[in-house]
Design a protein around this ligand. Structure first.
Ligand code: ATP
Ligand code: MG
Length: 139
C-alpha cells in the first residue's frame, strides 16, 4: 500500500510537516517518493524585458525550495525523485500524480498564502476535489 507517494512542497511550515509525514510513510512502506515543486507562470501583462528576469527568478526560487525539501527529507529507503514544474500548483500536482501513477498525495492544509481566514488553501482544495488517488492533508 502507498508504494508511490507524491509530496507537494512549497517551503511553508505546513509543507515541512507534510514532508516529515511523507518521509515516515515512505520509510515504513519502502515507497518511492516524488518531491514536487511548482512555480507560477508569469502574469500575462508583463512583457519583455521583465519576462526573462521574472522567469529566471521564479525558476531559481523554485529550485531553492526543491533543495530545501530534499534537505528536509534526507536519507530515504529509495532514491528521491523530483519534479519541478511551471504552472498553477494544483494543476502541476495533479498532472504529476497522473503521469507518475502515484497512489498517495501528501500536502499541507495551508501554504505560503496570507489568507488565514481559510481553513484549507486553494491548492489543497483543488487537489482534494480532482485527485484520483487518496490525498493526505497535514496540519
Ligand atoms: P493560497 O495559495 O490559496 O493563498 P495557501 O498558500 O495557504 O493558500 P495552498 O497554496 O493550498 O495554501 O497550500 C497548501 C499546500 O499545497 C502546501 O502546504 C503544499 O503542500 C502545497 N503547495 C502549495 N503551493 C505549492 C507549490 N507551488 N508547489 C508544490 N506544492 C505546493
Ligand atoms: Mg499557496
Amino acid at each position: 500500500m502507498f508504494k508511490n507517494i507524491l509530496l507537494a512542497f512549497d517551503g511553508s511550515e505546513h509543507a515541512l510537516k507534510a514532508a516529515r509525514l511523507a518521509k515516515e510513510l515512505a520509510m515504513c512502506n519502502q515507497s518511492d517518493l516524488w518531491l514536487v515543486v511548482a512555480y507560477d507562470p508569469l502574469p500575462p501583462y508583463l512583457g519583455e524585458p521583465y519576462l526573462d528576469v521574472g522567469i529566471e527568478d521564479r525558476l531559481e526560487y523554485a529550485k531553492s525550495i526543491l533543495e530545501a525539501g530534499r534537505r528536509e527529507l534526507g536519507e530515504l529507503s529509495n532514491p528521491l525523485k523530483t519534479e519541478l514544474l511551471e504552472g498553477p500548483p494544483a494543476e502541476a500536482i495533479l498532472k504529476v500524480a497522473e503521469t507518475r501513477s502515484v497512489d498517495l498525495i501528501v500536502m499541507g492544509t495551508r501554504g505560503l498564502g496570507q489568507l488565514m481566514g481559510l481553513l484549507v488553501g486553494s491548492q489543497s482544495q483543488k487537489v482534494v476535489s480532482h485527485a484520483r488517488c487518496p490525498v493526505l492533508l497535514v496540519r
